[in-house]
Design a protein around this ligand. Structure first.
Ligand code: NAD
Length: 491
């Protein structure tokens, strides 16, 4: 099976590392490719940084209107190839084809937003701060920047960063997850066609061995990381100690609260999509569902009905609502958490462990699961499950729900379902979460808004997407200029 190549300085080439690990289709265990993983990948990073450093002077001096022209081309190529890209995402990541297509749409939106860089990069000017003196701020590129991406959105997450970085005059390196390297290779086959100068954008593969040199290299000036909280903390601490800008998005455990005045039918469908979409493997998946007061009984019946009807299977097959989780280890970990939760007293309302999916007996499938009454001290209550498991809880008031949510470790997303404006207003004001949904189950910010995680879901100051990305990928320079009406040359 073919070894997956890097793209460095405008060329495809083998890694310096010969040890590889297989990239497996999570529904079938079919080997899709071999990704280099080992100490040799550090050499690839050195080559990529050298190429990006070499390209920096010319690219950062290219006018911004010219820098966005390749991005317009990329947008059209992504649209033209979106079905091909979506199929690769489904093959290596497991989500359904419809979910993969949605992911590409989100990537394209970020390219479009970055095309607005000529306006977004404009800055401030104060005329006459003193007689004959003006003060202004300019935004200049940061330098060589890099993205370290997770497995769950291989075709979208790098797009939260690199289109903005390039538009702002930086050069770039992408390091995808070693579990899903093929999608970015396809994206780079398109990038090859958009007339970017050599070295402006580079692709390196590998695991920790290719991350660490990015965090250490003095010429890498900014790191955008997305992944688990433990690694986000490590990346943030290491890269910032090495003097880099860092934005590190971490894990989550997202709560949805249902008030008795919520529209039951709409809410049930949205909640099921949020919990089970992408097999629960998204950082904005709902995990803890809190019914308040009288909503409990009626919602529990409705969600059990909707959950029981969801079809688990191969993401390329028609009529499938949910694909497998990423690896056998992941399946084992999630089922282990469910087992432990049940041992500790949780009741399985719907038990999705070890489903038999005809024709795909080797796949990493877990069917949608609902657990009720998980004890508060249970590991399952605190841990990010990252699988299709709903923790269903009941509380007496919206205040109690907000208090519970705010006591949690994460702050990626919190949502409320209600028809009351005042409850909605209270919730959005008081809840400690960076993304809030009101009658929305996946409050994913559009490209023009920052992807705003809080608490242990984000380490840094400026988030990905939109204006935050423009700020992250530029450094400000403030200039004070004196232009007197007449020169007094008697020093
Ligand atoms: P992960 O942390 O295992 O891996 C992410 C990246 O870090 C990969 O490129 C991997 O190669 C690298 N890496 C892994 N271990 C490392 C180490 N010890 N040192 C240096 N680099 C290392 O995450 P994952 O399993 O690929 O992705 C799932 C996680 O990502 C979940 O926790 C999910 O919530 C989170 N996520 C968060 C967001 C967000 O916006 N907050 C979005 C998507 C995913």
């Amino acid at each position: 099976m073919a070894i997956i190549n890097n793209y460095i300085n405008g060329n495809w080439g083998h890694s310096a590392e010969t040890v590889c690990q297989p990239v497996l289709n999570p529904a079938t265990q079919e080997t899709l490719g071999q990704v280099p993983c080992g100490p040799g990948t550090a050499k690839d990073v050195q080559s990529a940084v050298a190429a990006a450093s070499q390209a920096l002077a010319d690219w950062s001096n290219t006018p911004v209107m010219e820098r966005v022209q390749p991005l317009y081309k990329l947008k059209f190529l992504l649209e033209q190839h979106k079905h091909e890209l979506a199929k690769i995402i489904t093959l290596e990541c497991g989500k359904t084809l419809a979910e993969s297509l949605g992911e590409i749409t989100r990537a394209i939106e970020n390219v479009e937003m970055a095309c607005a860089a000529p306006a977004l990069i404009q800055s401030e000017f104060s005329q006459d701060i003193a007689s004959g003196v003006d003060e202004f701020m300019i935004r200049q590129p940061v330098g060589v920047c890099a993205c370290i991406a997770p497995f769950n959105f291989p075709g979208m997450i790098p797009f939260w960063f690199f289109p903005y970085a390039l538009a702002c005059g930086n050069t770039y390196i992408i390091k995808p997850s070693e579990r899903v390297p093929l999608t970015m290779n396809k994206v780079f086959q398109l990038i090859e066609q958009i007339d970017l100068p050599e070295g402006v954008i580079n692709l390196v593969h590998g695991g920790k061995e290719s991350v660490d040199p990015l965090l250490a290299h003095p010429e890498v000036r900014a790191i955008s990381f997305v992944g688990s909280t433990a690694v986000a903390k490590y990346v943030y601490a290491t890269a910032s100690t090495n003097g880099k800008r860092v934005q590190a998005q971490g894990g989550a455990k997202n709560p949805l609260v249902i008030l008795p005045d919520a529209d039951l039918e709409m809410t049930t469908g949205i909640v099921a999509d949020s919990v089970y979409g992408c097999a629960g493997q998204r950082c904005l998946a709902a995990s803890t569902i809190i019914t308040v007061g009288d909503s409990s009984k009626i919602f529990t019946e409705a969600i059990a009905d909707v959950t029981g009807r969801r079809v688990t299977g191969y993401g390329l097959d028609k009529g499938v609502d949910m694909g497998p989780v990423i690896t056998p280890e992941s399946k084992q970990r999630i089922e282990g958490l469910i087992n432990q939760g049940i041992k500790e007293g949780a009741q399985p309302l719907i038990d999705g462990r070890n489903p038999k999916i005809s024709g795909y007996e080797n796949g990493n499938f877990i069917a949608p699961t609902i657990l009720e009454n998980i004890p508060l001290q249970s590991e399952l209550m605190k841990t990010e499950i990252f699988g299709p498991v709903m923790n269903l809880m009941h509380m007496e008031s919206v205040d109690q729900a907000i208090q519970f949510i705010n006591s949690g470790q994460y702050g990626n997303m919190a949502c409320l379902f209600t028809s009351s404006g005042s409850s909605a207003r209270k919730f959005r004001k008081e809840v400690n979460s960076g993304n809030v949904g009101i009658n929305i189950g996946v409050a994913a910010p559009m490209a023009q808004f920052p992807f705003s995680g809080w608490k242990e879901s984000f380490f840094g100051d400026l988030h990905g997407q939109g204006r935050h990305a423009i700020e992250f990928f530029t450094q400000t320079k403030v200039v004070i200029e004196r232009w007197p009406k007449e020169w007094n040359r008697k020093f």
